[in-house]
Design a protein around this ligand. Structure first.
Ligand SMILES: C[S@@+](CC[C@H](N)C(=O)[O-])C[C@H]1O[C@@H](n2cnc3c(N)ncnc32)[C@H](O)[C@@H]1O
Length: 246
């Protein structure tokens, strides 16, 4: 296994995860389309719809990667997008997709400590990024801090499957198909083996939703997409005691 591929259980695997995404950046989009059989863009569109009105305000695209969600947010009428990712190579690979003078700021930072002001975002979206973040509760707490009260967080993610049928479907695809396809397109099958393993090592959707409640989200709900591999989780930043009391 390559030195750059993070191993499970490492104290803070973040530096290795970053190095791995730096390496995958040039081939990331192509590999994504092949691995998801073209379904990934439809999942992203549904995630943006779940942002509601907040999606047309000042939005943070967290773990933005090569900016697919950022582009869709612009198309959806977002006033501004701050695209945050700790891999500058991923952000730079996405930059050429942006229209000239687009209201987009690319910010190289860790999801656990965003250089963003309190209550400065109307919505936050995180696509397929948070399961790579160690101590994911810290990133969720950061989202609660950066969102204005009443703002929405939408997470599009592969959670650890809960039912036997989902475990069989997802498990065999992730273990056998994903590293082969990802490896063919990118040349880094170990990295795609890690990405598949990171799904097994991640939380279930239920436990993730509980984590959102613990850091101050209300109206938390989640649902599986079709086919039943990716899921959407959505929560509203606690509007504050005065509003809650009404
Ligand atoms: C699988 S990609 C998803 C990119 C994009 N959101 C999409 O929908 O294709 C995951 C991204 O999360 C970023 N990432 C992982 N851990 C991170 C962290 N701790 N802080 C910030 N970004 C992180 C990686 O650099 C990578 O670009």
């Amino acid at each position: 296994m390559s030195d750059l591929v993070p191993t499970a259980g490492a104290a803070d695997r973040a530096p290795k995860v970053r190095a791995m995404f730096d390496q995958l950046a040039p081939t990331y989009d192509r590999a994504n389309r092949v691995i998801s059989m073209g379904l990934d863009q439809g999942w992203r569109r549904r995630a943006i719809a779940a942002l509601g009105e907040g999606g047309r305000g000042d939005v943070v695209d967290l773990c933005a990667g090569t900016l697919d969600l950022t582009l869709m947010l612009l198309g959806n009428g977002a006033r501004s997008v701050r695209a945050v990712d700790f891999s500058s190579a991923m952000l730079e690979a996405g930059r050429p997709k942006l229209p000239e003078n687009a209201p987009v700021e690319l910010i190289t930072a860790d999801a656990r400590k965003m250089p963003l002001k309190d209550a400065s975002a109307d919505g936050i979206i995180a696509g397929f990024g948070l399961r790579n973040v160690p101590e994911v509760r810290l990133a969720l707490a950061e989202c609660a801090r950066v969102l204005r009260p009443g703002g929405r967080l939408v997470v599009l993610e592969f959670f650890q499957p809960e039912t036997l049928s989902a475990r069989l479907l997802q498990g065999s695809y992730n273990r056998f198909v994903m590293p082969v396809l990802g490896g063919l397109v990118s040349g880094f099958s170990d990295a795609y083996r890690y990405l598949a393993g990171s799904i097994d090592a991640f939380e279930t959707r239920g436990s993730f939703e509980q984590g959102m409640v613990e850091v101050g989200f209300v109206e938390v709900w989640g649902r599986q997409m079709f086919p039943p591999v990716a899921s959407l989780v959505c929560g509203t930043r606690n509007p504050g005691p005065e509003l809650e009391a009404r």
